[in-house]
Design a protein around this ligand. Structure first.
Ligand code: PLP
Length: 426
């Protein structure tokens, strides 16, 4: 089929009326599908049910150093857990701290520490009324919410196929009011892009005017490959050492999409100096995190091999879902010149860009059919997509057949919005 813009008026009107009929079918059907957030599906959660079946006899009560995990103590976490996350991060276990059940919480607390007490011997960010943060767009709404919460003015930097636009970032960090950025370097949310080694190196190498510039390196999808051959992410800390920028990085990860979402383990890793500052703060904040949960996790997942085997099981459940959405998007949108989308090799999202000015309309039409998408605009700071073009698709939770329906609804809405723009019916 020709691109919509190349159709004659008559052809376009005919196509539009077919699409409206198709849309009416979905309006008349009783559909309720929620694709708003990247939640694991129940079958994925079942993969970790053994965590619920472990008894005292299975896990014991002591960690590898002989600490009784039922009692206070062990602020930085079990040695075996720190070692395992150390492998995930590519960091020494001594520079890893195990947290509670949420990496988002660790990020919030770290930004809070930067704001109220300052880091690296610098003054608290809160004292600077012009404090700013770089927001890679499209990005993760909860990152943006943290920056907004602490009054960090966000400056959008677009994502490219190899990571954020580094020319722009290198120019921005010349301003000492620019205090940092969030990065999801592997299978970014929502684009599914893995930063190239050059991008990773430039983030470590760039000269920042703010000595306390911090990169929140969120490895939420670090082992979340959909295929046997996953993307490779360069070790940012190796580059940081090369350029003397070790203190720039605050790394986080969690098992939210490995075991139980919001009920697993989180972890952070950083330079020795940062870890010291964080531990000083933690010792005021908490006596210790949940070591019994750490014990359970480390008994079931003893090595990277165990984790990789678990992730292969997740992939076999997730892959057909991504395939279901992508095959409909290709079938329904290719060649029409009305949308573009990525085909990620891991992570939790597909990012769809529709014609400028039509994403909100598409989201509203989908909602009228009973299909809930991630709030349109949510992938941009302050919930405002200046192009009104990006739609995040989260295929993990609905079934394959629901996803087929959901993708068809989405496509018909995209086609209608595109026709209406061309026909001047907005
Ligand atoms: N970071 C990113 C990029 C995410 O997409 C998510 C959840 O979707 C999280 C963090 C939340 O992680 P946690 O459950 O460890 O708080």
């Amino acid at each position: 089929m020709k691109q919509l813009k190349d159709l004659s008026l008559k052809e376009l009107e005919e196509f539009y009326s077919q699409q409206k009929k198709e849309y009416q079918k979905y309006l008349d059907a009783d559909i309720t599908i929620n694709m708003a957030r990247g939640r694991p599906a129940p079958e994925q959660l079942d993969l970790s049910d053994n965590l619920l079946n472990l008894t005292r006899a299975d896990i014991g009560v002591k960690d590898s150093a002989g600490l009784d995990c039922r009692n206070y103590g062990g602020l930085c976490g079990l040695p075996e857990c720190r070692a395992l996350f150390g492998e995930i991060f590519g960091m020494p276990a001594s520079q890893v701290i195990i947290g509670g059940t949420s990496s988002l919480n660790l990020m919030y607390d770290y930004v809070s520490q930067c704001c109220t007490h300052g880091v690296g011997g610098c003054e608290p960010w809160m004292r600077n009324e012009r404090r700013k943060f770089i927001a890679v767009v499209p990005g993760y709404d909860r990152h943006f919410a943290i920056a907004e919460h602490f009054g960090l003015e966000m400056i959008s930097v677009p994502m490219t196929a190899s990571g954020p636009d580094m020319d722009m970032i290198e120019a921005l960090v010349g301003d000492s009011d620019v205090k940092g950025m969030f990065c999801v370097p592997k299978y970014s949310n929502p684009d599914g892009i893995t930063y190239s080694p050059e991008t990773v190196e430039r983030i470590a190498a760039m000269k920042t005017a703010a000595p306390d510039f911090r990169v929140i390196w969120d490895e939420a999808y670090i082992i979340h490959d959909l295929y046997d051959q996953g993307d490779e992410l360069a070790n940012v800390y190796e580059f940081a050492k090369k350029y003397g920028a070790e203190d720039r990085f605050f790394m986080v990860a969690s098992t939210s999409k490995i075991t139980f979402a919001g009920a697993g383990l989180s972890a952070m890793a950083a330079s020795e100096r940062n870890i010291k500052e964080i531990t000083d703060r933690l010792s005021v904040q908490v006596i210790c995190y949940d070591k019994i949960n750490q014990l359970r996790h480390c008994r079931l997942y003893r090595s990277m091999e165990d984790l990789r085997a678990q992730m292969k099981k997740h992939a076999s459940l997730l892959r057909p879902k991504f395939d279901a959405v992508l095959s409909v998007l290709h079938e329904q949108l290719d060649g029409l010149g009305v949308a573009s989308f990525n085909s990620p090799r891991g992570g939790y999202f597909i990012s769809l860009d529709v014609n400028v000015g039509s994403a909100k309309k598409v989201g509203k039409m989908c909602a009228e059919c009973g299909l809930t998408l991630t709030g349109v605009g949510a992938t941009y700071p302050y919930g405002i997509d200046p192009n009104d073009a990006n739609i995040r698709i989260a295929p993990s939770c609905p079934s394959v057949s629901e996803l087929d329906t959901a993708a068809r609804i989405l496509c018909v809405c995209v086609r209608i919005a595109a026709c209406e723009a061309l026909l001047g019916l907005n």
